[in-house]
Design a protein around this ligand. Structure first.
Ligand SMILES: NC(=O)c1ccc[n+]([C@@H]2O[C@H](COP(=O)([O-])OP(=O)(O)OC[C@H]3O[C@@H](n4cnc5c(N)ncnc54)[C@H](O)[C@@H]3O)[C@@H](O)[C@H]2O)c1
Length: 446
């Protein structure tokens, strides 16, 4: 569904109204175009600590330009700041020293990432306090930066310094157009898979990806994006969606599985199909989901149990079965699709929010167990994304969902898909048990 308000604000009378009435001003976000370099333009790096050199190497490897001294004539595409060397409250002033002179002269849709040491792994009490303080800085800058910009914080464990590459690249790129105010944790729980270095434009070549609910909406975008990145995609949906799914998978040269994921034997049928056709699976994306909204006072048992069954019980049963039978191969990636309703809660959605908070719990509970099989488990939590699901939301609630975030607009299915593709990459072995919101830094549950 088109966002008429955003279309209006791009016109001359619309700009006049926005300026004079102080209305929300949604910037047209820059998104990644297939085949383009992941990073472009000039980035400025600063700060001190053990993470800067790795970040610089990641940026320059993409062909983007990088400065380590500010040039007042350059409009930077993004900033990267290594804050891991900050060990005292006084030293937090280096944030102001670096960012204040440059923040007003950034280009359109700039991307900012602050790298830090996981507070619980910091070397002293004062370092732990200072590292934790960074969250307030990045989340506030995300709300101030404007121009469609994003700001994130990346906490890195001291034994995972080499695992930051794919995360730095994603967070500084237009692939993370609608991800802002997030805190990503990088650990050494999962070892790097001993395989050939990933191709920059097709990092998923040779991988098999199962996407549930793939016939439309966010699932379709995920299937297309994983295919773009080189994966062989197996799309799954209910029999009623078979013709749309078939058409999409023909276009992508992928496989089709039509079943209801709540069927008692669904995990076994999915496992058998993946094993027989592909010898296993590398990426599992639990995207299929439903809403059956009612306030709790009016909630019948069918609404409650159907939402819990599709959104939570099925992903739990399927993931544990694929792990137990080693159908999910070493180097595997599981990504659950939750929702910010599962973080903030929502009126009329006790069933949905319970299921989506459970999806977050699934990643947190399974991540340490799956790590033993060299598999990561993460969750993406979309905010307001323009799909058939949100087109059905009443007008005023829909408008509130669109505007109550730092971007003053809804996201697109591709924004969720790009985030899934980053988590699915072999180079993202350091990211597990994380929840990454794709919500334009929504005010809900912030
Ligand atoms: N659109 C949003 O703003 C938004 C926000 C937060 C979270 N989400 C989540 O993102 C996911 C995709 O949302 P969407 O907006 O694309 O929804 P959608 O309704 O357009 O698509 C959901 C897909 O899941 C499939 N599905 C439903 N039940 C199934 C079952 N039992 N077995 C197999 N497939 C089944 C549907 O047929 C459909 O193709 C969902 O999990 C949803 O909860 C969406």
């Amino acid at each position: 569904m088109s966002d008429r308000y955003q279309t209006l604000t791009a016109t001359r009378p619309g700009r006049f109204l926005v300026r004079n009435l102080g209305l929300p001003d949604p910037v047209r976000l820059e998104r990644y175009t297939a085949g383009e370099p992941v990073l472009s333009g000039t980035f400025l790096a600063g700060g001190s600590g053990g993470l800067l050199q790795g970040a610089i190497a990641t940026i320059t490897a993409t062909g983007a330009h990088l400065h380590t001294e500010r040039d007042g004539d350059v409009s930077y595409s993004g900033l990267i700041f290594d804050a891991s060397g900050i060990e005292t409250v006084e030293a937090l002033a280096s944030l102001r020293d670096f960012f204040t002179p440059v923040v007003r002269s950034l280009g359109r849709c700039p991307h900012v990432a602050v790298l830090a040491t996981s507070p619980e792994r910091a070397g002293s009490v004062s370092a732990r306090i200072a590292q934790r303080a960074l969250e307030g800085f990045t989340r506030s800058l995300g709300k101030e930066i404007g121009r469609g910009g994003t700001v994130q914080l990346v906490y890195v464990d001291p034994d995972a310094l080499g695992a930051i590459g794919s995360t730095v690249q994603f967070l500084l790129s237009p692939k993370s157009a609608y991800v802002s105010g997030q805190v990503v944790h990088i650990t050494a729980q999962v070892e790097e898979a001993p395989e050939l270095a990933a191709e920059p434009l097709t990092p998923l070549r040779g991988k098999v990806a199962l996407v549930t609910g793939a016939s439309r909406g966010i699932g379709e975008a995920i299937a297309r994006t994983l295919h773009r990145d080189g994966a062989a995609v197996v799309g799954l949906d209910v029999p009623q969606a078979a013709s749309d799914l078939q058409a999409l998978m023909e276009e992508l040269g992928g496989g089709v599985v039509t079943l209801d994921i709540t069927a008692v034997d669904a995990p076994q049928r999915i496992a058998r199909c993946l094993q027989e056709r592909h010898g296993g699976v590398d990426i599992v994306v639990h995207n299929a989901g439903i809403t059956r909204d009612r306030k709790l006072a009016n909630m019948d048992a069918a609404r409650w149990s159907s939402v819990l069954a599709v959104n939570l019980l099925a992903p739990e049963r399927i993931t544990t079965h694929l792990l137990d039978r080693s159908v999910l191969r070493p180097g595997g990636r599981v990504v659950g699709v939750a929702s910010i309703a599962g973080i903030a809660g929502n009126v009329g959605q006790t069933n949905y929010a319970t299921s989506k908070a459970g999806v977050i719990g699934l990643a947190q509970a399974l991540a340490p167990l799956a790590a033993r099989q060299h598999v990561t488990v993460n969750t993406v939590a979309p905010g307001f994304i323009e799909t058939q699901m949100t087109a059905a939301v009443p007008l005023m609630i829909r408008e509130a969902g669109r505007r109550m975030n730092s971007m003053s607009q809804g996201g697109l299915p591709v924004d969720v898909a790009e985030t899934v593709a980053w988590l699915a990459s072999p180079d993202s072995y350091g990211v597990t048990g994380n929840v990454v919101r794709v919500c334009g830094q929504s005010l809900l549950g912030a």
